[in-house]
Design a protein around this ligand. Structure first.
Ligand SMILES: Nc1nc2c(c(=O)[nH]1)N[C@H]1C(S)=C(S)[C@@H](COP(=O)(O)OP(=O)(O)OC[C@H]3O[C@@H](n4cnc5c(=O)[nH]c(N)nc54)[C@H](O)[C@@H]3O)O[C@H]1N2
Ligand SMILES: Nc1nc2c(c(=O)[nH]1)N[C@H]1C(S)=C(S)[C@@H](COP(=O)(O)OP(=O)(O)OC[C@H]3O[C@@H](n4cnc5c(=O)[nH]c(N)nc54)[C@H](O)[C@@H]3O)O[C@H]1N2
Ligand SMILES: [Mo]
Length: 756
C-alpha cells in the first residue's frame, strides 16, 4: 500500500494504491467539508470505459466523409502511426484551407492539474502549428460575460471576486437568491479545490440570524437545515419578478434615489419602462402571488440585503435579462458596494464564489498566442459546422462562421455539454476529420475519427491551483498509465516533432522541470504581493501550499461607491439603460432590462403540446459527465437510468409511480429516465441533471431514443440573444410518459468494438 498527495476539481485527497491500482481517495485533512464525489475516483480510473489504445474509425479509413461517425467500429493503431495521422491532418488542413479551418476551441473542464491541462496543451500546440478557430466565453455564464461589460464595465460580478462570505455573515440581514444557493454545486471548483468553505459560511450566516429567501422552481436549491423560505417561480420568468420588485421600490418611495442619481445612468428610461410592470402583472407571468412580491420588495428595502442570482438563470432564452434585472434591482436598493449588501452572481454555484482569497495567480502553463484571430461564441459550435461561412450577429458585430475541416477536442465533451445532441450528431458528420483525446470512451470519443487515449491525473505529476481556492496542491503520480495511455503533453510533443517544432513546444523541459518552473514563476508573483512561499522541493514533499486568508473581506464595487474608481462603461456608471446596447438594435436584447417571453416556457403556446418545463441542472453526484461510472453516480440511478424529479401531482395524472422508467420527449428527441417524486419540484416542472452518458438505442439514426437520460437530447440549440449568443439549455418544454417497452440495457460504458 502506498499513499500519494493529489488534487482534483472535487477536492484534495490522498490516493491510496494497492498492487498498482488506486483503491481509495482519502479526503484532505485540511478540508472542512470534503465532497463525497471523491469516492468515485478509483472506480473511474480503472473502469472498463477507459480507452486502452489509439484507435481510428473504420469508415474514416475507407473515406466515408464522416457518415459513420458515432456508430462505426474502431481499428487499433500503434502510437507512431496515430501520431503520423494526426500530424498529417493538421499540416494538410492548415496548408490547403488555412488554420482557421482547424477548430480547436475544445471547450471543457478537463482535469485540475495546471501543467497537464488538456485544453492549454492543445492551444499551445495549435498556436505553434499555425493557429486555430477558438471559442469565446463559457457555458456557465456566457450571456453574463457578454452583457455585464456594457452595464458594469467588467465581469467580476459573475466571474468573481464577488463580496466575500465573511462580509455577508457579518452584515447581511436578508439574502434573496434567485436559483437558490445550490450547495450541491459548491462541491467542485475548477482547477483544484483544497477547501470547501461555502456550506460552512452559509451555516454561520444562518447562526447569525440571517434570513434566506430562495426563489426557484426547485425547493432543494436552498440548503437543507437553513429554514429558508422557498418561493416557487415558473422557470425562465425571474426577470418579470425582478422588474416588479423594482417597480414597487420606485413607486412606493423605497428606492434609494440618491444612489441612483449618483451612481447610475438611464434611470428615467428604466423607470419609464416599468410602467405597468406591477406585482399583478408579474404574478400572471411568474405565478408568484402579488402580495408576496410586494411584501418582499418592502422587506428588501428595510434590511441590509444581498441578492444572489445563480448562473443557471442566464442559461436560457434572453439569458442576459435576469442578470441585467438583478443589477437594476440592486441599484434601486442602493446597497451596492456596502458590506453585506448589493448583489453577486453565483453564490453556491462553485466552491470558491465568495470564499476569501488573495488575488494571486497560481502556476499557469504558457500557451502563447494564436496567429489566427477567428473565434465563435462558445455554444455556436453546431451552427458553425452546419453553416460554414453563414453569418450571425454577436455583441454588436456581424460575423461569419469559418469553414471547418478539422475538429480537435482535448479535455471537453460536447456530447455531454452541447444542446440538442441530435443536431450535434448531424453537425459532427460535416468536418473531414475529428480528433479527440480523452481517458475514456465518452460519446465525443465515439463520434471521432482518431481517438487518442490519455492518462488521468493519477498517472502523472502535476500541480492543482484553483483560481478561487487558497491551496496549491501537489498531484503525485500514483500509478502507471492504464493501458497504453500517454500524457496529452507527450502526445503533442510527438506531433510537434513530426511538424518540426518539438523543441519550441517542450522548451527542452521534462515534466518535473516544467512543474518546477511553473511553481517558481507563481512564487515570484506571490512574492510581489508580499507572500513568501516555500520553495518547490518543500512544496512537493509537503503536498500543498496554503495561502493565508486576506485580512479584510472583499466587497464588490466598494471602491466605486467610495468614489475612488469609475466603471469602465461609457458613462463610468452603472447603466440601467445602455445607449450602446440599444444602438445594436437587437429586438431580443433592447437597451434596458426587459421581460421577453422565452420561446419555451410554461406560458408559451407550445406548452399545450409539451406541458412540462425541463430544468437540466448540475448533478450532485459527479462533475458534468465525469465520474458517471463511479459509485456515487451509479447509486443514484433508477433501474440504471438517470433520476428525473417530478411533482407527485404531475406524476399521478400520467400514471407514473416512483421508480418507474419514463420516456421524456419533445420534438427534438427522447430519453429514458427513472422517476423520483418530490414535493420540492413545483408542479409543471421536471428536473433532470446533466451528465448521464449519451446512449443512443440506434446510433445510426439521429433522433434515436437515448436509453440513459442525457437531457441535452431535449434542450434547444439557440443563442440566448444576438448580444450574448450563450447556450439556452434551461428553456426546454417536454412531455413525460411511463415507458412500457422492454428496457434496453445501458451500453454507453462499453467500449465500441475495435477490430483489427
Ligand atoms: N442541459 C445542460 N447542458 C449543460 C449545462 C446545463 O446546465 N444544462 N451546463 C453547461 C456547463 S455550465 C458546462 S461548464 C458544461 C461542461 O461540459 P464539459 O466540461 O465538456 O464536461 P466534462 O464532463 O467535465 O468534460 C470534460 C472531459 O475532459 C476529459 N478529461 C479529463 N481529464 C482529461 C485530460 O487530462 N486530458 C484529456 N484529453 N481529457 C481529459 C473528461 O474525461 C471529460 O470527457 O456543460 C454545459 N452543458
Ligand atoms: N456537483 C457539481 N457541482 C457543480 C457542477 C457539477 O457538474 N456537479 N458543475 C459546475 C459548473 S461547470 C457550473 S457552471 C456551476 C453552475 O451553477 P448553476 O448554473 O447555478 O447550477 P444549476 O445546478 O444548473 O442551477 C442552479 C439552480 O437554478 C435553478 N433554476 C434553473 N432555472 C431557473 C429559473 O429559471 N429560475 C430560477 N429562479 N431558478 C432556476 C435550478 O433549480 C437549479 O437547481 O455548477 C458547478 N458545480
Ligand atoms: Mo460551467
Amino acid at each position: 500500500m502506498a499513499v500519494f498527495h493529489h488534487g482534483s476539481h472535487w477536492g484534495a485527497f490522498r490516493a491510496v494504491t494497492t498492487g498498482g491500482r488506486v483503491t481509495v481517495a482519502q479526503p484532505f485533512a485540511k478540508d472542512p467539508e470534503p465532497s463525497s464525489i471523491l469516492a468515485s475516483i478509483p472506480d473511474a480510473v480503472h473502469h472498463r470505459s477507459r480507452i486502452k489504445e489509439p484507435a481510428v474509425r473504420r469508415g474514416w479509413l475507407d473515406g466515408d466523409n464522416g457518415a459513420g461517425r458515432g456508430r462505426d467500429t474502431f481499428v487499433p493503431l500503434d502510437w507512431d502511426r496515430a501520431v503520423d495521422l494526426v500530424a498529417g491532418e493538421v499540416a494538410r488542413v492548415g496548408r490547403d484551407f488555412g488554420y482557421a479551418s482547424i477548430f480547436g476551441g475544445s471547450y471543457g473542464w478537463a482535469s485540475a492539474g495546471r501543467f497537464h491541462h488538456a485544453k492549454s496543451q492543445l492551444h499551445r500546440f495549435l498556436n505553434m502549428a499555425g493557429g486555430f478557430t477558438s471559442q469565446l466565453h463559457n457555458y456557465s455564464y456566457a450571456a453574463g460575460l457578454a452583457v455585464l461589460p456594457h452595464i458594469l464595465g467588467s465581469v467580476e460580478a459573475v466571474a468573481g471576486p464577488v463580496t466575500d462570505w465573511p462580509s455577508i455573515v457579518e452584515h447581511t440581514e436578508l439574502m434573496v437568491s434567485f436559483g437558490g444557493l445550490p450547495v450541491k454545486n459548491a462541491q467542485v471548483d475548477s482547477g483544484g479545490n483544497g477547501e470547501h468553505a461555502a456550506a460552512g459560511f452559509i451555516r454561520e450566516a444562518k447562526a447569525r440570524g440571517i434570513r434566506f429567501v430562495g426563489v426557484s422552481p426547485f425547493g432543494d436549491d436552498l440548503p437543507p437545515g437553513l429554514n429558508g423560505e422557498w418561493i416557487p417561480i415558473r422557470p425562465g420568468t425571474d426577470t418579470a419578478m425582478m422588474l416588479a420588485l423594482s417597480q414597487v421600490l420606485l413607486s412606493e418611495g423605497l428606492a434609494d434615489r440618491a444612489f441612483l442619481k449618483r451612481f447610475c445612468t438611464g434611470v428615467e428610461a428604466f423607470e419609464a419602462s416599468l410602467e405597468g410592470r406591477t406585482p399583478e402583472w408579474a404574478e400572471s407571468i411568474t405565478g408568484v402571488p402579488v402580495d408576496r412580491i410586494r411584501a418582499l420588495a418592502r422587506e428588501m428595502a428595510a434590511a441590509r440585503t444581498m441578492i444572489s442570482t445563480a448562473w443557471a438563470l442566464q442559461r436560457g432564452d434572453h439569458g442576459e435579462q435576469p442578470f441585467w434585472a438583478t443589477v437594476a434591482l440592486a441599484a434601486c436598493l442602493g446597497q451596492i458596494g456596502l458590506p453585506g449588501g448589493g448583489f453577486g452572481f453565483g453564490y453556491g454555484c462553485v466552491s470558491g464564489m465568495g470564499a476569501p482569497r488573495h488575488g494571486i495567480t497560481g502556476p499557469t502553463f504558457p500557451i502563447g498566442s494564436n496567429p489566427v484571430d477567428e473565434f465563435i461564441p462558445v455554444s455556436r459550435v453546431a451552427d458553425m459546422l452546419l453553416d460554414p461561412s453563414g453569418t450571425y450577429d454577436f455583441d454588436g458585430e456581424r460575423r461569419r462562421y469559418p469553414d471547418t475541416r478539422l475538429v480537435y477536442w482535448a479535455g471537453g465533451n460536447p456530447f455531454h455539454h452541447h444542446q440538442d445532441i441530435n443536431r450535434l450528431v448531424r453537425a459532427f458528420r460535416r468536418p473531414e476529420t475529428v480528433v479527440v483525446h480523452d481517458p475514456w470512451w465518452t460519446a465525443t470519443a465515439r463520434h471521432a475519427d482518431i481517438v487518442l487515449p490519455v492518462t488521468t491525473t493519477l498517472e502523472r505529476n502535476d500541480i492543482a491551483a484553483g483560481r478561487r481556492d487558497r491551496f496549491w496542491l501537489a498531484m503525485h503520480r500514483a500509478i502507471a498509465p492504464v493501458g497504453r495511455a500517454r500524457n496529452d503533453h507527450d502526445v503533442f510533443a510527438d506531433i510537434a516533432d513530426r511538424l518540426g517544432f518539438c523543441k519550441r513546444f517542450t522548451e527542452g523541459l521534462g515534466e518535473m522541470e516544467w512543474l518546477r518552473r511553473l511553481y517558481d514563476e507563481a512564487c515570484g508573483l506571490a512574492g510581489e504581493h508580499g507572500l513568501n512561499l516555500p520553495d518547490f522541493d518543500a512544496f512537493w514533499t509537503g503536498g500543498h501550499v496554503e495561502l493565508p486568508r486576506p485580512a479584510h473581506p472583499h466587497i464588490l464595487f466598494e471602491g466605486f461607491r467610495k468614489g475612488e474608481v469609475q466603471l469602465a462603461t461609457p458613462s463610468g456608471k452603472i447603466e440601467l439603460f445602455s445607449a450602446r446596447v440599444a444602438g445594436f438594435g437587437y429586438e431580443d436584447c433592447p437597451g434596458y432590462p426587459t421581460w421577453l417571453p422565452p420561446k419555451e416556457w410554461l406560458g408559451a403556446p407550445a406548452a399545450r403540446e409539451w406541458p412540462l418545463h425541463l430544468i437540466s441542472n448540475q448533478p450532485s453526484t459527479r462533475l458534468h459527465a465525469q465520474l458517471d461510472q463511479g459509485r456515487l453516480s451509479q447509486a443514484s440511478k433508477v433501474r440504471d437510468r438517470e433520476p428525473i424529479r417530478l411533482n407527485p401531482a404531475d406524476a399521478a395524472v400520467r400514471g407514473i409511480a416512483a421508480g418507474d422508467v419514463v420516456r421524456v420527449f419533445n420534438a427534438r428527441g427522447a430519453l429514458l429516465a427513472g422517476a423520483v417524486l418530490s414535493e420540492a419540484v413545483m408542479p409543471g416542472v421536471a428536473v433532470l441533471a446533466t451528465g448521464a452518458w449519451y446512449d443512443p438505442a440506434e446510433p445510426a439514426s439521429p433522433g434515436s431514443l437515448d436509453k440513459h437520460g442525457n437531457p441535452n437530447v431535449l434542450t434547444a440549440d439557440r443563442g440566448t440573444s444576438k448580444l450574448g449568443q450563450g447556450p439556452s439549455a434551461m428553456s426546454a418544454l417536454v412531455e413525460v410518459e411511463r415507458f412500457e417497452g422492454e428496457l434496453p440495457p445501458i451500453t454507453a460504458f462499453d467500449p465500441p468494438v475495435t477490430a483489427a
